[in-house]
Write a protein that binds this ligand. Structure first.
Ligand code: ZN
Length: 371
């Protein structure tokens, strides 16, 4: 079952990433441009936007675009919207999968209530069928622009929502994931430590794991603590909220609090924090259904495990506070990855089959390794 090709080993060479073939890109226009142009099309209809004041700003700055430019832009937008629509529809057509997803969501809500993560993990599960139904109706009525709400033609948010949901819900291909990877910046490390840490991490991890979500790894020596933290601006780093804000998710930063730790200890801390950045909540490479499945997997593994031992993560206790239970699952995941990397996957598979299976499954999904 262990496939050395699909799981990093300590002595494995980093596979060089081939440059992603640039597809001919559709002409990019900003959301404000889009709204401005749409406003022009609709003869200055007042836009009721649920996304805040930007729509009004667009209306205020309304300038008459050239006729030719406008129709081309609208065609491009419409093409993209239709692609989004079919992609989402395809996901929702798999009713068995959606049923499973709903069951998992219900289970997770019972376990954890609204413990911080749920709004983004289960983001818009209920809203999507409503949007698809509206678009179905628009198509049935022969609408030229399917993103214009037939019941409320002045409201342009349907298209906005559709593309936002489509970004949140579509499964990324390996190439799309690689496109999101950029080199991690190391800060405050000595040159020697930086190259040693880099070297060690590149042997263990793919670019998706190392830099799909993380942008910086910072060493903080002005501390009496040892440990680490990870995170980014909670607004922009939240993929779901970022979409609402119309921004790209900001990469997260790992801080290594060091009080004279050895190289091995520093790498141990980074392994743990990298796992946090690559979880159901923080990863920028997962779709909404995958986030639900991931958290569900981690929770079930933690509840069922007999092999997991950690001084740091207390055992799961069903009667405890929901926020606390959620926090424990989060730390369970990070510690499982850290232990797996410290022991080596082959050893960990023997000592901790439950955790190994969890780590391997989500490692492969984030890396997009086909079984
Ligand atoms: Zn942690």
């Amino acid at each position: 079952m262990f496939n050395p090709e699909s799981f990093p080993q300590d002595n494995q060479e980093e596979v060089p990433i081939e440059p992603v073939q640039e597809e001919p890109k559709e002409k990019k226009i900003s959301r404000r441009d889009f709204l401005r142009r749409s406003v022009a099309t609709l003869g200055g209809t007042v836009i009721a936007s649920r996304f805040g004041g930007e729509a009004n700003l667009g209306a205020l700055e309304n300038k008459e675009p050239e006729k030719k430019d406008l129709s081309e832009v609208m065609k491009e937008i419409e093409k993209k919207r239709r692609e989004d629509y079919f992609a989402i529809k395809k996901i929702f057509a798999q009713s068995r999968k959606i049923k499973e997803l709903k069951d998992k969501t219900t289970y997770l809500t019972e376990e954890f209530g609204d413990a911080g993560f749920l709004p983004r993990v289960v983001f818009n599960l209920e809203r999507i069928p409503e949007i698809l139904a509206k678009i179905d109706k628009a198509i049935e009525l022969g609408a030229e622009n399917i993103f214009v709400d037939y019941e409320n033609p002045g409201d342009l948010t349907l298209g906005e929502e559709l593309s936002m949901y489509s970004e949140g819900w579509q499964y990324l291909t390996k190439d799309q994931k690689l496109e999101k990877c950029s080199e991690v910046k190391f800060e405050e490390f000595s040159n020697e430590t930086e190259s040693q840490v880099k070297n060690a991490l590149q042997k263990k991890y793919s670019s998706q794991w190392l830099s799909g979500t993380v942008g910086r790894i910072v060493l903080d020596k002005n501390t009496s603590d040892a440990g680490g933290s990870h995170g980014a601006n909670p607004f922009t780093s939240n993929p779901a909220l970022s979409k609402i804000a119309g921004r790209e998710g900001e990469k997260s930063t790992i801080r290594v609090l060091s009080n004279g730790e050895s190289l091995e200890e520093i790498i141990d801390i980074i392994n743990h924090e990298l796992a946090h950045s690559n979880d159901w909540n923080s990863s920028l490479l997962l779709s909404m259904p995958q986030r639900v499945e991931f958290l569900h997997d981690a929770t079930r593994a933690f509840i069922g495990t007999k092999e997991f031992h950690s001084d740091y993560v207390p055992k799961y206790n069903n009667s405890e506070d929901k926020n606390y239970k959620y926090l424990k699952v989060t730390e369970y995941w990070a510690e499982a990855v850290r232990q797996c990397m410290a022991q080596g996957p082959e050893n960990y598979k023997q000592t901790n089959p439950t955790e190994y299976a969890l780590v391997k499954k989500w490692f492969d999904i984030i890396n997009d390794i086909k079984e």
